[in-house]
Design a binder for this molecule. Structure first.
Ligand SMILES: *[C@@H]1O[C@H](CO)[C@@H](O)[C@H](O)[C@H]1NC(C)=O
Ligand SMILES: *[C@@H]1O[C@H](CO)[C@@H](O)[C@H](O)[C@H]1NC(C)=O
Ligand SMILES: *[C@@H]1O[C@H](CO)[C@@H](O)[C@H](O)[C@H]1NC(C)=O
Ligand SMILES: *[C@@H]1O[C@H](CO)[C@@H](O)[C@H](O)[C@H]1NC(C)=O
Length: 398
């Protein structure tokens, strides 16, 4: 203990402050990277060599899969492993630690597309759980990761099985933590954020015992599945949030809920989006938040999914298109519209306010989804990685 404090003091003296992400000062910048962005065209193409290893404390490799048997699964062997198993994305990703030795790399299992069913089956069975623990340890060891991120979306949801996911998830995390102990591997999770969804999926007090970092996905709060325009990731409630339920739908309420349910402050990491949601206005003349929407809006020009757009894709469009940008003084996020198109997004100002919130509330730090939609090429003259740079500046500068 004394030695550890001594080491921290020495590091504090030797490391210049206000430079870049540094896990030793207790603030995490957790960065997800969706490896499939390597298949995007022109400016949208994002490769492992676009990662700046000094702007994150934890780099999350998204995603790996899980078999019903409990084996961890490589989802894109040609990309992940490369031709001979040694020159793929995984080995280049983990080699970033040669540039920044304090960087941690984490293998993320799951994600939206992996669904919930296989997790539920594995978590319910002792043998499958043990196979998963063994498989994860071997995988981390073989490829040189530092830990595992459980991205089960979500326990007790999105499948028709009748297992006790909530308690089984606790058991699975406990067994993972035990299996990781000899190697000191890091165990993290990305969690469904809002009280409505978290209360279905998690025993927060219990999962908090075994997780080193809890990445709270405080986004997708509103989106094109709703009939009116709404914010992807508001910081606070707004004047139109008049019901108990709608007052829960913002970062501040979400963090307060997780704290009240027993999650330790220093493990809680506020997730922020580097993308927005697009809507098509039913009437171009009604373009405030809460206006009627007829469905999904434009797709990002590189990411190609109607209803969602990367920050970089939007800022690039704004170079040539005359979007009207507004700022919501209550919920502290921007939105923009052009003709019948409406978009809720985050910019350096709103991301900075969320990072400041994490800092002021002594949270573990900030998580980002995801690196490949920041303006990593400086197309929009805000410097490379304007959103991620803002987070680093706020968390690490005095
Ligand atoms: C689930 O497990 C089965 C059997 O191991 C596998 O075929 C499938 O790809 C896994 N993932 C999903 C999303 O079904
Ligand atoms: C659950 O079952 C219903 C009815 O059989 C089906 O329509 C639905 O797609 C199933 N959901 C999932 C997530 O498998
Ligand atoms: C969480 O689990 C503990 C231990 O099993 C139990 O005492 C507690 O009531 C559970 N809490 C919730 C909210 O389910
Ligand atoms: C509240 O809702 C109304 C009607 O949907 C909308 O016109 C207005 O802009 C909203 N105000 C705020 C501050 O969100």
């Amino acid at each position: 203990m004394i030695l550890k404090i001594y080491v921290l003091i020495v590091l504090g003296v030797l490391c210049p402050k206000g430079e870049t992400a540094d896990a030793d000062n207790g603030k995490y910048v957790v960065c997800y990277q969706g490896t499939w962005a390597t298949y995007r065209q022109s400016n949208g193409k994002y490769d492992v060599n676009n990662i700046d290893p000094f702007l994150c404390t934890h780099l999350m490799y998204a995603f790996f899969g899980i078999e019903e048997s409990g084996e961890l699964r490589i989802t894109d062997p040609a990309l992940d492993l490369g031709e001979n198993g040694e020159d793929g994305y995984i080995s280049k990703f983990n080699a970033l630690k040669l540039q920044n030795p304090s960087l941690k790399t984490i293998a993320a299992v799951g994600g939206w597309n992996e669904g919930s069913r296989n997790f539920s089956i594995v978590a319910n069975d002792p043998e499958r759980r043990q196979r998963f623990v063994r498989s994860a340890v071997q995988f981390i060891q073989r490829h040189g990761f530092d830990g595992l991120d459980m991205d089960w979306e979500y326990p007790n949801q999105r499948h028709n099985l009748t297992f006790d996911d909530k308690n089984n998830f606790v058991t699975l995390l406990r067994e993972l933590k035990e299996g990781f102990k000899p190697f000191q591997y890091i165990l993290t999770a990305a969690v469904g954020a809002s009280p409505a969804t978290a209360s279905i999926s998690y025993n927060i007090t219990e999962i908090s015992k075994y997780l080193d970092i809890i990445n709270v996905m405080a986004y997708d709060i509103h989106g094109t599945w709703e009939s009116v325009t709404g914010y992807n990731a508001p910081l606070y409630a707004g004047p139109n949030d008049t019901t108990e339920a709608s007052r829960q739908l913002n970062l501040d309420a979400i963090i307060k809920y997780w704290l009240a349910q027993g999650a330790p402050r220093e493990k809680l990491v506020a997730g922020v989006p580097f993308y927005g949601h697009t809507f098509t206005l039913a009437d171009a003349a009604q373009h405030s938040v809460g206006s009627p929407s007829s469905g999904a809006g434009i797709a990002g020009q590189y990411s190609g999914e109607a209803g969602s757009i990367g920050y970089m894709e939007l800022c690039e469009r704004m170079l040539t298109e005359q979007w009207q940008v507004e700022w919501d003084e209550a919920q502290l996020v921007p939105y923009a519209y052009l003709g019948q198109q409406w978009v809720s997004f985050d910019n350096p100002r709103s991301i900075g306010l969320k990072a400041q919130y994490a800092k002021d509330n002594n949270l573990g730090g900030v998580m980002v989804w995801s690196l490949e939609t920041d303006d990593f090429r400086n197309l929009c003259s805000g410097g490379k990685y304007p959103l991620l740079q803002t987070i680093n500046r706020i968390l690490f500068e005095q």
